[in-house]
Design a protein around this ligand. Structure first.
Ligand code: SAH
Length: 346
């Protein structure tokens, strides 16, 4: 019968050092193994060639390494790469590499499926199965970094938590993953190059401010009018815009970090002047940036992206109010890798 072995990567470096001391070995052995696990991304104890055979066997007897596996990699004509990532319990999440002229960005998942119910998002059709653990998030980033070096000849430069799931509903694990990503023993990336995107969980936005985090925040707003937002993002009934705004004010007061809003304009939903004006009102309390993102159709044509005249109307109203606005084009649509299209289709 198989006994349940512990995932060795759940141990901190200090815990690994202690483990070796208890085994009658040197604490330093813990550093060596830690290096194999994190800097060298070892998939098995066998790989750890500077550790004695006997010790490797002892590790094998006590632990497993629950590394993710990239099951399938799809490459888009525009250079975007989508990974279907298999977890140790055979569940699948997706992550995406998005290259531009100046940067390569990893878009990573934080949960298997999602508990939110945004009506325009493919992931919301999958029910939330579980949270990803910190290593599973970290591994996605390492896999993309390797692919970036291999296919685009440069390391990963940015990370966005815009894959599957709501990162603030798996806050502790997302934070631990970011700690590893930014630590010199992990990837040593600057937190300023990391964006956590949320549908807006007020309590957790305040907690982030209290925790003095250094990464950036993006909020998927899509409407600054409660009734409309609730009709497309039903959880807005639980976390209405006044609560969201109050939390964002708190965040801004604590961090002085500009807030980015993600916003799609749909025909017949939020395509009127009053919608743009409500957005301006909502943004006013702090320096903000609005990313008008392209809608990526997910199926039945219920949602249609508004035409360019409407987009121009938004841009001119936002600019007249000194709010930075960018119009973002989607990448990787031919392989269902664009925002809101991640649904384990292939
Ligand atoms: N749950 C987080 C992160 C995942 S979604 C969040 O809501 O922010 C990442 C971004 O893609 C969000 O801004 C989301 O609103 C947007 N999105 C979801 N479905 C989309 C679609 N079909 N087309 C374009 N953007 C979409």
């Amino acid at each position: 019968m198989e006994t349940k072995k512990k995932d060795i990567r759940a141990l901190t470096k200090d815990q690994l050092r202690e483990f070796f001391v208890k085994q009658g070995d040197k604490a330093f052995r813990g550093n060596q193994v830690y290096e194999w696990l994190w800097q060298k991304s070892a998939y098995s104890f066998e790989d750890m060639t500077n550790i004695s055979l006997e010790t490797r066997q002892m590790l094998e007897d006590n632990f497993v390494i629950n590394h993710i596996k990239v099951d399938q990699m799809q490459r888009s004509a525009d250079g975007t790469i989508k990974n279907a990532v298999r977890l140790h319990d055979n569940l699948i999440v997706e992550s995406v590499l998005i290259p531009t002229a100046t940067r390569t960005t990893a878009c990573v998942s934080s949960q298997v499926g999602c508990s939110l119910d945004c009506r325009f998002c493919a992931t919301s059709r999958l029910k939330r199965m579980r949270n990803l653990n910190p290593d599973e998030i970290y591994d996605q980033v390492v896999a993309i970094d390797n692919e970036s070096r291999l296919y685009h000849n440069r390391p990963l430069s940015n990370i966005v938590f815009m894959g599957m799931g709501e990162p603030l509903m798996n806050y502790n694990n997302v934070l631990k993953a970011i700690d590893k990503i930014t630590s010199p023993e992990g990837l040593g990336m600057s937190p300023k190059r990391i964006v956590v995107s949320t549908s807006g969980v007020p309590k957790m936005i305040k907690k982030m401010a209290d925790d003095n985090v250094k990464f950036k925040l993006a909020v998927s707003l899509h409407s600054a009018i409660d009734d409309i937002r609730t009709s497309i993002m039903p959880f807005n009934a639980t976390f209405p815009l006044t609560d969201l705004r109050e939390a964002l004010q708190y965040w801004y007061a604590a961090t002085k970090n500009r807030i980015t809003y993600e916003y799609v304009i749909w025909d017949g939903i939020n395509d009127q002047r009053k919608d743009a004006e409500a957005l301006v009102e909502f943004c006013k309390f702090a320096p903000s940036k609005v990313n008008l993102i392209e809608y990526n159709p997910i199926d039945d044509g219920e949602f249609q992206q508004a035409n360019s005249k409407v987009i121009d109307m938004y841009v001119s109203i936002l600019e007249a109010n000194n709010i930075t606005v960018t119009v973002r084009r989607s990448r990787g649509k031919d392989i269902d890798a664009a925002c809101g299209q991640l649904a384990n289709k292939s």
